[in-house]
Write a protein that binds this ligand. Structure first.
Ligand code: PXL
Length: 276
């Protein structure tokens, strides 16, 4: 196979914006071959949009991982990992795989449903996954949880959280501040263990952004797999997801989803990277 291969260990989101479908669409758009070991099935109550999360039985997850590893992924990305058992299976799979990169998207909350999935998973994410991570991609809430702090609200607090997360062992940390930090820009912060860089895009007024977090992490995974340098990989991933948000569409009264292929099919937005 001439294309490189990326395995995502993630859940489905029936709306198609987030979860493994976001990953596969994003890998495809980066000319990579994507495949999935499914952890959870998520559906939404059409009247309240409350997320209903069903776990795939562990023996079925084990079977999928066995198959997936026989396909020899170059990179592994994780999405929704609902409990300690699934996290430890993901760890074993990553260690066994010989993959070049592990991109850890520590999914704890879904947009449109603020309940933290399972606070009990933070400890095993810190101890089992962060030490073997190439790059971890938390949003502000997830960064606070992984760092053992309150949700960071300022650039200095994000830097503090990134440093604390880095101490658990990942090579790189990128915190998705998005529109949640001060200033006129949608700002994400990248930390390579020595220096901090701000990734700046315009704040978008009409943000159809369901799936943005998964899409960003999948684009980071794609860019590492395609050999980009780490800072370039996160900068390009932010441009990819910002285009996807800009050209997203409203699906029903509850949800608007990103357009995963907008960067290559519609327009390439501009992102600036500056040392902070
Ligand atoms: O956006 C986080 C997320 C990840 N994975 C799955 C989801 C969601 C949010 O809905 O359903 C499967």
């Amino acid at each position: 196979m001439t294309q490189k291969k990326v395995l995502t260990i993630a859940g489905t989101d029936v709306s198609g914006g987030a979860g493994y479908s976001a990953d596969i669409k994003t890998f495809e758009d980066h000319d990579l071959y994507g495949f999935c070991a499914l952890t959870t099935i998520v559906s939404m109550d059409p009247s309240t949009w409350a997320h209903r999360v069903h776990h795939v039985p562990l023996e079925i997850l084990d079977e999928q991982i066995e198959t997936a590893l026989s396909l020899k992924p170059d990179t592994i990305k994780t999405g929704m990992l609902p409990n300690e058992e699934v996290i430890s299976r993901a760890r074993k799979a990553i260690e066994k795989s010989g993959a070049d990169y592990f991109v850890f998207d520590p999914v704890m909350v879904c947009k449109g449903d603020d309940t933290v999935l399972n606070p009990g998973v933070v400890d095993s994410m810190q101890k089992e996954l962060l030490p073997i991570t190439t790059i971890v991609t938390p949003n502000l809430v997830e960064a606070g949880n992984l760092a053992g702090m309150n949700t960071p609200k300022t650039i200095d607090e994000v830097k503090e959280a990134a440093k604390k997360i880095h101490e658990y062992g990942p090579k790189y940390v990128v915190v998705k501040g998005g529109t949640g930090l001060e200033g006129d820009n949608a700002l994400d912060i990248f930390y390579d263990g020595e220096k901090f860089y701000g990734l700046y895009a315009d704040k978008l007024e009409k943000a159809y952004n369901h799936g943005a977090g998964c899409t960003f992490a999948a684009a980071v995974a794609s860019n590492f797999t395609n050999g980009l340098e780490p800072l370039e990989a996160v900068k390009e991933a932010k441009a990819f997801v910002t285009s996807a948000i800009k050209h997203g569409s409203q699906m029903n009264e509850h949800v608007g989803v990103v357009r995963h292929n907008a960067y290559n099919k519609v327009d390439k937005v501009n992102v600036q990277a500056k040392e902070l």
